[in-house]
Design a protein around this ligand. Sequence first.
Ligand SMILES: *[C@@H]1O[C@H](CO)[C@@H](O)[C@H](O)[C@H]1NC(C)=O
Ligand SMILES: *[C@@H]1O[C@H](CO)[C@@H](O)[C@H](O)[C@H]1NC(C)=O
Ligand SMILES: *[C@@H]1O[C@H](CO)[C@@H](O)[C@H](O)[C@H]1NC(C)=O
Ligand SMILES: *[C@@H]1O[C@H](CO)[C@@H](O)[C@H](O)[C@H]1NC(C)=O
Ligand SMILES: *[C@@H]1O[C@H](CO)[C@@H](O)[C@H](O)[C@H]1NC(C)=O
Ligand SMILES: *[C@@H]1O[C@H](CO)[C@@H](O)[C@H](O)[C@H]1NC(C)=O
Ligand SMILES: *[C@@H]1O[C@H](CO)[C@@H](O)[C@H](O)[C@H]1NC(C)=O
Ligand SMILES: *[C@@H]1O[C@H](CO)[C@@H](O)[C@H](O)[C@H]1NC(C)=O
Length: 548
Amino acid sequence: MSLKLIVLVAILLTILPTIHAFTSRTSLSLRPRQVASSTSNERPRSYKAYYFEQLIDHFPDSDRYAPHTNATFSQKFFFDDTYYKPGGPVFLYIGGETSAESRWSNLQTGIIQILMNATNGLGVILENRYYGTSYPYNASTTDELRFLTNEQTIADNAYFAQNIQFPNITGGQDLTASATPWILYGGSLAGAETAFSLVEYEGLLWGGIASSAVIHATHGYPEWYNPIQKFGPQDCIWRINKIIDKMDQLVEENNEPAIQKLKELFGLGALEDIRDFAYTIAFPIGGPDSYPTNTWQELNWVPAYDAPDFFQFCNNVTDDSAPTDITDVDRALSEYTHGEPWTGLGGYAKYVKDVVVSQCPSEDLINTSACFSTQNASNWAEPKNSGGRSYTYSSCTESGAYQVANYPNKPSLISRVIQLDYTQQWCNWAFPPGPLAPQAAPSPNGPNLKRYNKYGGLEISARRLAFIDGESDVWRDVCFHSHNATERYGPNQMLITGAGHHWDSYGILNVDAEPDFIKAAHQWEIRRVETWLKEWELEDRRKVTTIN
Ligand SMILES: *[C@@H]1O[C@H](CO)[C@@H](O)[C@H](O)[C@H]1NC(C)=O
Ligand SMILES: *[C@@H]1O[C@H](CO)[C@@H](O)[C@H](O)[C@H]1NC(C)=O
Ligand SMILES: *[C@@H]1O[C@H](CO)[C@@H](O)[C@H](O)[C@H]1NC(C)=O
Ligand SMILES: *[C@@H]1O[C@H](CO)[C@@H](O)[C@H](O)[C@H]1NC(C)=O
Ligand SMILES: *[C@@H]1O[C@H](CO)[C@@H](O)[C@H](O)[C@H]1NC(C)=O
Ligand SMILES: *[C@@H]1O[C@H](CO)[C@@H](O)[C@H](O)[C@H]1NC(C)=O
Ligand SMILES: *[C@@H]1O[C@H](CO)[C@@H](O)[C@H](O)[C@H]1NC(C)=O
Ligand SMILES: *[C@@H]1O[C@H](CO)[C@@H](O)[C@H](O)[C@H]1NC(C)=O
């Protein structure tokens, strides 16, 4: 799929700055500038890029990474010392599945700004290997992707914390993790990497806040849709459920003429594979792996980052006062459903035509990989470096969570033709075994979940590791506060009422003016960090020089 505006969904595409990273808007604001010293609320508008010589292969003895290499790559990082005072901690913001630039807002106005201000800390963003410009190789064949694993990524964090020399910071001569408390923060995949880092490098890294951390790998993830099913406007949700039921009934009956008519109502008559059709009409809700428009996941409490498309979509589905050429469509397929209308279908189809199908430059391209067909194997196999490709590789090999239709006998927001095989074929096409490292190819049976869950899965824990989640986040069920996790209570956990995906990472340079539940979350995060810094003083870590 290669529509210009595709936003990788998954864990990936969540925050608006991330979305920007995948659209043409990105290039507008990225000219690096030296960090500006700032007073009061004046914040740097951009940051100068620095590069760290990072090992490509941290595990020279592991068969998993053969053939090995001693080479390094340039890993990009940014830092903000506008609040730094000697003795302050280092906050390492984990880059995750996007460029480091698209994380700047966390230093400027978000959670790292809040924590730096509270503790005189230094804020650092480290770009994830295989994202942004931090690629070890100039292409991403399956062989070249073999070093893109979570254990290598978290080893980057540890190696960086042990060896980095920050340039030009007054009083910051040795800010490595043996002399200074390092507190990690990450949201989404980066949240999981934060948690895994704390588990694996507990003696080195002092603390961590894992936000909406997707700590649990699972093959299929129908639960992604549960918060939308539960918290979305129920008249809209119910209409979509019923439309999907009717569509699936036609598929079950193998009613080709009716299915063709249905596709045409959406302007997708040429799209051959019924799963591609189901995928395309699911975009306003959230299609598997990637989607070109904003969804529930892109809702945000900060107006500047909020993308309320989902509610506009629902307003179309429920708009009974739309012109009759739209509402009449509700009855266009009634003859196939015992005279029953498909209530809301006209508004649904019109919305998809206007907002999604209109992005395809020509009708002749509807059934190609330039627009809505995902069935072109050679297109998937293109080894060009991209964040989307890297993310898909990680999903295919380790983390899974393929979005699929709901469990049988439950209402579904996407057609039941969307099952594991649909995403799995992309994995098989995209990453065929290479000549050097055939072990790096994903298994056709699905990701190796053990490699991801070995840090503890939903039961993961470490000293000074805190978890914060959003109650109505689509990723919640693979996070600490999953409905599948054992019930736990304690000071290092927080579930924000009504919140979405790592909503605590955003800020407005005034904690007191935030909505109550966000403010409470930020105050809790400040207290967590202050508590951990007191523990550092008590344990007199400055005397420790080596880590075993
Ligand atoms: C990496 O360096 C070590 C130490 O010099 C050496 O033993 C090893 O063979 C090198 N590995 C590769 C893949 O070149
Ligand atoms: C990619 O990298 C290799 C080795 O580092 C180099 O020989 C080759 O010219 C590069 N290709 C491009 C297109 O930059
Ligand atoms: C450090 O500061 C000096 C003087 O301002 C400047 O010339 C130099 O480029 C800076 N070094 C880095 C790595 O930013
Ligand atoms: C339908 O969606 C469009 C595009 O987002 C939006 O501009 C419009 O307001 C929506 N219609 C209704 C009735 O809300
Ligand atoms: C649609 O695209 C698929 C995948 O490229 C192809 O196999 C199929 O023949 C195409 N169908 C039509 C009607 O063009
Ligand atoms: C399939 O993908 C290849 C490689 O990206 C591209 O050249 C070709 O045009 C695509 N064909 C269709 C029908 O999408
Ligand atoms: C939650 O547990 C149920 C029952 O064991 C299981 O079927 C489901 O896949 C689990 N969900 C996730 C997201 O792991
Ligand atoms: C910084 O923290 C102080 C309290 O320590 C607070 O009064 C001030 O509003 C904060 N400023 C910003 C920009 O967050």
